[in-house]
Design a protein around this ligand. Structure first.
Ligand SMILES: C[S@@+](CC[C@H](N)C(=O)[O-])C[C@H]1O[C@@H](n2cnc3c(N)ncnc32)[C@H](O)[C@@H]1O
Length: 302
């Protein structure tokens, strides 16, 4: 299977990602928020763990929104957006969060869909699932369920979900087409894909792009925005759109780019304004597109 990192097999990417987020979850479970995180990039916007203000994960949730959640859920927030704010969730809906981590967006979704709805979180990392379940119990939220599995093979039936959310996870997958096809499969007709993720706008030199992706925390690589739209359409979605929510300042990555051995000033000029967190929307059509007529009988030809 080919991957965004070229020669790295999907299974290796999966193990790197699982280890990285498992370690992050274990630090929080052990209540050691400042425990040796290493470089920021090794924790995907890891300032939540090293005490500084992170340009990727900081200030994503508006005042009053996250204060009602357990502090461990907020501390474990490793997303790059706020999908629940943009997803227009309604009471009674079934929501699925792909790569739910410590559960912050599942808990926020559960409040929005209410007792008649349900919020699922899906994650492959045992320690993250333990953290999320602990956070849900602490928050006293009961209309949630955390499932173990991979976003490339969602353990839910066809047409069982109203809204799919996700927060900075699809960029980590080595098989993004499969993730999107799975999202399409489990959505009900008319269901919505409403996801925050890192996307790249336009062409960037490979070495600079890779360093910037590592800074942002992408393991497999962020999709270029037109490629994201194309893949969504390929798997069957309609009306795909991408709305930037935070454009990363390449100046913030100065140190990282320098450590990667790149000419910092030249690199910054090449990537300025091209890396961003974005809200990605698409809809599963209510009825499948009509198949083209294969014959030309009397009813269709003049
Ligand atoms: C960047 S964190 C985001 C967590 C959460 N969405 C948030 O906003 O805090 C990525 C999470 O996705 C999970 N993850 C990454 N790749 C995955 C995959 N292919 N299948 C299932 N979970 C995955 C990781 O275990 C981790 O918990």
């Amino acid at each position: 299977m080919s991957t965004a990192t070229g020669s790295t097999p999907d299974s290796t990417i999966t193990e790197i990602v699982r280890e990285k987020y498992g370690a992050a979850a274990r630090r929080i479970l052990a209540s050691e928020p400042s425990g040796g995180c290493g470089p920021v990039s090794s924790c995907c916007g890891g300032a939540a763990f090293n005490g500084s203000v992170d340009p990727i994960t900081s200030n994503l949730y508006v005042s009053g929104e996250s204060e009602v959640l357990p502090s461990a859920a907020v501390l474990a927030s490793l997303g790059c957006g706020n999908p629940t704010a943009l997803a227009q969730l309604e009471p009674g809906q079934v929501v699925l969060d792909l790569g739910s981590g410590g559960g912050i967006d599942v808990l926020l979704s559960a409040r929005r869909v209410g007792a008649t709805g349900k919020a699922y979180g899906l994650d492959m990392t045992d320690d993250m699932l333990e953290l999320a379940r602990r956070n849900a119990a602490e928050a006293g939220v009961t209309n949630v369920e955390f499932l173990k599995g991979q976003i490339e093979a969602i353990p839910l039936p066809d047409a069982s979900v109203d809204v799919i959310i996700s927060n900075c996870v699809i960029n980590l997958s080595g098989d993004k087409r499969r993730v999107l096809a799975e999202a399409f499969r489990v959505l009900k007709p008319g269901g919505r894909f409403a996801v925050s993720d890192v996307v790249v706008r336009g062409e960037t030199p490979a070495a600079v792009r890779r360093s910037m992706e590592l800074w942002v925390g992408c393991v497999a690589g962020a999709l270029e925005e037109s490629e994201f739209l194309r893949l969504l359409t390929d798997v069957g979605f309609v009306a795909p759109s991408i709305e930037p929510t935070r454009i990363y300042r390449s100046e913030d990555a100065r140190t990282f780019l320098g450590e990667a051995g790149l000419d910092v000033d030249a690199s910054i000029a090449q990537i300025d304004g091209k890396f961003m967190a974005a809200f990605v929307r698409a809809t599963k059509p209510v009825a499948p597109a009509p198949a083209a007529k294969s014959c030309c009988g009397p009813e269709c030809c003049p």
